[in-house]
Design a protein around this ligand. Structure first.
Ligand code: MEV
Length: 441
C-alpha cells in the first residue's frame, strides 16, 4: 500500500540539503546522524562537488569506493600501473600478481581487431524488402547529406559513417525493418554522436517516403519505432594474449608445470562447455575489466552487455577466454568486444577518471582497449590459477578477515593478533567477533 510519507512530488526541485532532510526524516531511524554522515562525504571543495553532483540527478552525497592500482602490467611493450575501482577484495591483488608473473614472460600482447560501432533505426514500412532495398540508392545520399554538418568534425579525425544498409525482420514482426549503420568514432565511445545521427536519419526516412517519386499512397507512411546504438559490437574487438613455455609455469603451483598447464586448460574448457561455469568464469574477467572501466570513466554496463552477447554468439553462453597447449607452449587469450572512449563523456568530467587516463599515459581508445583486455585476462588467469591449485578461499579469507576487523573497529594490535590467529583457520564473522571480544575482556 502506498505510504504517503514516503512519496513526494517535486523532489528534484528541492535544494540538496532539503532533499537529504526529506530522505533522512522519512526513511531513517536516526535522521541527524545519517544527515551528518551523508554531508561528511561531500567534497570539501564546492566546485569539485558541483561537478560530481551534475554527473547524475537527485544527488545527496558521494559514494566512495576504493581506488587502487595494479602495477607491473607489460602491455605491447609498454609498462603500466593500471587504476582499478572495485568493491571486491582480492581483485586488485590478483591482477597485480598476474601482471608480475607475466612481466618477465613477455607480458600481454594485444591486438585491436576492429573498431566498428553500430546503431539502428527501427521502423515499420508496409512495402517489401526488395522494394525497400531499391529505395536505398536514392535514400542513402539523402541520409548522408542530412547529417553532413554533424559528421564534419568526426571526419576530420578520421571517423564518421562507414556503411548504411537495411535489414529485414518482417517475417518476425509485420513490416519491421532496420536501417543498419556502422560508425567509426575514433577516440570517443560515440554514444551521443551515433544516437544524434540515427535520430536525424529517422526523420529523413519519414521525409523521403513522403516525397519520393513513384511511391504509392499506402507506402508513404513510415512508423519510426526508435533510433539507438547497439551495445553489441562484435567488430569493435581486441585480442589479448599471454604465452610461455609450459616449464615456466612451475612457479604457479605446487605441482609439476605440465600438470598445472593441463588443469588450467581443462578449467578454461569447462567454461567453454558449461554455461553455469562460463558465467562465473566470465564474471572473473569482468572483475578486472569493470574495475578499469570505472576508473577511466567508461560505461561498464555497455561493455558487459556487449561482451555477454558475444559470449553467447554460438547459441550457447561460453567462456570469453581460451587456452591451448601446443608442443611445449602454453597460450592463453581473450577476444573481447570493447567500445571505449578516452575523450568526451565522463572521461572529460570526472576528476579521478581524468587522472586515471593520465596515469595510463593518456592512451587513445585502441590503447585503452588493449589495457582493459589485459586487465581482464590477468584477472582470469589469477582466478583460474587459484581455482585449480589452492582454491580461492585462501586468498579471499585474508582480505575478508581485514574487512571484518574493520567492521568491528579493531585496533592495529587486535588486527595483528587476529591475523596470526586466523592464518590457518576458516574465517567467519562470528569467530572473528568472539576472538576480538575475548581480546577486549
Ligand atoms: C570471484 O569474484 C570471481 C571468481 O569466481 C572467478 C572464477 O570462478 O573464475 C573467482
Amino acid at each position: 500500500m502506498e505510504d504517503k510519507k514516503r512519496t513526494i512530488s517535486g523532489f528534484s526541485k528541492l535544494s540538496k540539503r532539503k532533499k537529504i532532510k526529506w530522505i533522512v526524516e522519512n526513511f531513517f531511524k536516526d535522521p541527524e546522524k545519517v544527515m551528518h554522515e551523508l554531508v561528511s562525504y561531500w567534497h570539501k571543495d564546492e566546485k569539485e562537488q558541483k561537478i560530481l553532483d551534475e554527473i547524475s540527478e537527485n544527488t545527496l552525497s558521494n559514494y566512495p569506493l576504493p581506488y587502487g592500482v595494479a602495477p607491473n602490467f607489460l602491455v605491447n611493450a609498454e609498462t603500466y600501473a593500471i587504476p582499478m575501482v572495485t568493491e571486491e577484495s582480492s581483485v586488485v591483488a590478483a591482477a597485480a600478481s598476474a601482471a608480475k608473473f607475466w612481466l618477465s614472460r613477455g607480458g600481454f600482447k594485444c591486438e585491436v581487431l576492429g573498431t566498428e560501432k553500430l546503431g539502428h533505426v527501427h521502423f515499420f514500412w508496409p512495402g517489401s524488402f526488395f522494394e525497400l532495398k531499391s529505395h536505398m540508392v536514392n535514400l542513402k545520399p539523402q541520409l548522408m547529406a542530412s547529417v553532413a554538418h554533424m559528421t564534419a568534425n568526426m571526419e576530420k579525425r578520421g571517423g564518421g559513417i562507414r556503411e548504411i544498409t537495411v535489414r529485414d525482420f518482417s517475417d518476425e514482426m509485420d513490416d519491421y525493418y532496420q536501417l543498419f549503420v556502422s560508425f567509426e568514432t575514433c577516440d570517443s565511445m560515440g554514444a551521443n554522436f551515433i544516437n544524434s545521427i540515427l535520430e536525424q536519419f529517422a526523420q529523413e526516412i519519414e521525409r523521403y517516403f513522403l516525397h519520393a517519386e513513384g511511391v504509392s499512397a499506402e507506402h508513404r507512411q513510415v512508423e519510426i519505432l526508435m533510433s539507438i546504438l547497439s551495445n553489441y559490437t562484435p567488430d569493435c574487438m581486441v585480442r589479448a594474449e599471454v604465452s610461455c613455455d609450459i616449464e615456466e609455469l612451475r612457479a604457479c603451483a605446487d605441482m609439476p608445470a605440465k600438470d598445472f598447464a593441463e588443469r588450467f586448460c581443462k578449467a578454461v574448457k569447462a567454461a567453454y562447455i558449461d554455461p553455469y561455469r562460463a558465467t562465473t568464469h566470465n564474471k572473473g574477467i569482468f572483475n578486472g575489466v569493470d574495475a578499469v572501466l570505472i576508473a577511466t570513466g567508461n560505461d561498464f554496463r555497455a561493455v558487459e552487455s556487449g561482451a555477454h552477447a558475444y559470449a553467447s554468439r554460438s547459441g550457447r553462453y561460453r567462456s570469453l577466454s581460451h587456452c591451448s597447449l601446443e608442443g611445449d607452449r602454453f597460450r592463453f587469450w581473450i577476444d573481447l568486444p570493447l567500445a571505449l572512449g578516452t575523450v568526451g563523456g565522463l572521461t572529460a568530467v570526472h576528476p579521478i577518471a581524468k587522472r586515471s587516463l593520465e596515469l595510463l599515459g593518456k592512451p587513445n581508445a585502441q590503447e585503452l582497449m588493449c589495457i582493459v583486455a589485459a586487465a581482464g585476462l590477468a584477472q582470469n588467469f589469477a582466478a583460474v590459477r587459484s581455482l585449480v591449485t589452492t582454491g580461492i578461499q585462501k586468498g579471499h579469507m585474508k582480505m575478508h578477515l581485514g574487512n571484518i576487523l574493520n567492521t568491528l573497529g579493531a585496533s592495529d594490535q587486535e588486527k595483528e593478533r587476529a591475523q596470526s590467529h586466523f592464518a590457518d583457520q576458516t574465517v567467519s564473522f562470528h569467530d572473528v567477533k568472539s576472538f576480538v571480544e575475548d581480546l577486549r575482556l
